[in-house]
Design a protein around this ligand. Structure first.
Ligand code: CAA
Length: 256
C-alpha cells in the first residue's frame, strides 16, 4: 500500500496520482521512495505500456518539500547524492506522460520534464522558483528546461523564479499540448491508450532515439537512428504492422 501516491491500471496504462493534496503534492522523501519502489517494477511488466503521472486540480506538484529540505545539511546532501536516484524513474523504458493541472514548480516542474511529454491544462503554471529559497534546481531543471525551451527563456525562469502560464509553455516547447483544465487527464489517458496499443519494444526505442538527440551530434544521432531503424526489420511486429496496413485491418502487435 502506498500513502503518497495512488496507482491504478486500465487498458495497459498506469495512472500515478501524486497524493499529498494538503502540501500541494510537495515531493517529500516518502513520495519519492514510493515512486522509486513501485514504478520500476511496473516498468518491467509487459502488460504496462504507458504511465500517466498527474496531481490534482490545484497542483501537479509545488516542488520538493521545503519543510523537509529546510534542515538538510551540505554533508548529507552531498554524501547521499541527493536526487540522483530520480534517474531510476527517468531511465524507465515505458513511455511516461505528465498530465499537469495547476502548479508544476521546482521539483514538480522537473518531475514533469522527466516525463516523455507534458499535457497541460489552460490554467497550469510552470516555474523554477528555487532562487527565491536561496537554492537552485536540483532535479534536472537547469539542464532539461534549457534543452526544451532554450537558454534565454531558461535563464529567465531560473533567475527570476517567475511562473510561466500554459500558453507560453506551449509556445516555447515546454509542453506538447494545452487542453481545457477539465480535459487534461482524459486527454493524457487517451494518449496513453494509443501508445499502449503499439509494440512495447518499439515505443521504448522511440524514447531511446529521441533522447539520443540530447546527448550527441546530429551525425551520430542520425547514424544511431538508422541502425535502430534497420534492426526493426528483424521483428515480427514490423511484419504485422505493415501487413495489417496492406490488409486494411488493425495490427495486433506481439512485442516480438
Ligand atoms: N514544500 C512544502 N510545502 C509546500 C510546498 C513545498 N514546495 N508548496 C506548498 N506547500 C504547502 C504550504 O506550506 C501550505 O501548507 P500549510 O497549509 O501547512 O501552511 C500548503 O502547501 C498550501 O500552500 P500555500 O498556502 O502556500 O498555497 P497558495 O495557494 O497560497 O500558494 C504556491 C501556492 C504559490 C504554489 C506556494 O505554495 C508556493 O510558492 N510554494 C512553494 C513553491 C516552491 O518554491 N517550489 C520549489 C521548492 S524547492 C525544489 O523544488 C528544489 C528541487 O529541485 C527539488
Amino acid at each position: 500500500m502506498t500513502k503518497t501516491i495512488e496507482i491504478t491500471q486500465k487498458d495497459g496504462v498506469v495512472l500515478v496520482r501524486l497524493n499529498r493534496p494538503k502540501q500541494l503534492n510537495a515531493l517529500n522523501m516518502e513520495l519519492k521512495n514510493e515512486i522509486l519502489a513501485e514504478l520500476p517494477k511496473l516498468d518491467k511488466d509487459p502488460s504496462v505500456r504507458c504511465f500517466v503521472l498527474t496531481g490534482n486540480e490545484k497542483a501537479f506538484a509545488a516542488g520538493g518539500d521545503i519543510k523537509e529540505m529546510s534542515v538538510l545539511s551540505y554533508a548529507k546532501a552531498a554524501a547521499e547524492d541527493y536526487f540522483s536516484d530520480w534517474d531510476v524513474f527517468v531511465n524507465m523504458r515505458t513511455p511516461k506522460i505528465a498530465a499537469v493541472n495547476g502548479y508544476a514548480l521546482g521539483g514538480g516542474c522537473e518531475l514533469a520534464m522527466m516525463c516523455d511529454f507534458i499535457i497541460a491544462g489552460e490554467g497550469a503554471q510552470f516555474g523554477q522558483p528555487e532562487i527565491k529559497l536561496g537554492i537552485i534546481a536540483g532535479m534536472g531543471g537547469s539542464q532539461r528546461m534549457t534543452k526544451l525551451i532554450g537558454r534565454a527563456k531558461s535563464m529567465d525562469m531560473h533567475l527570476t523564479g517567475r511562473m510561466m502560464p500554459a500558453d507560453e509553455a506551449l509556445a516555447c516547447g515546454l509542453v506538447a499540448r494545452v487542453v481545457p483544465d477539465d480535459q487534461v487527464l482524459e486527454n493524457a489517458l487517451a494518449a496513453g491508450v494509443q501508445i499502449a496499443a503499439y509494440s512495447k519494444p518499439v515505443t521504448a526505442l522511440v524514447r531511446d532515439v529521441v533522447n539520443r538527440a540530447d546527448e550527441t551530434s546530429l551525425a551520430e544521432g542520425l547514424f544511431f537512428e538508422r541502425r535502430v531503424f534497420h534492426s526493426l526489420f528483424s521483428t515480427e511486429d514490423q511484419k504485422e504492422g505493415m501487413n495489417a496496413f496492406i490488409e486494411k485491418r488493425k495490427p495486433n502487435f506481439k512485442d516480438k
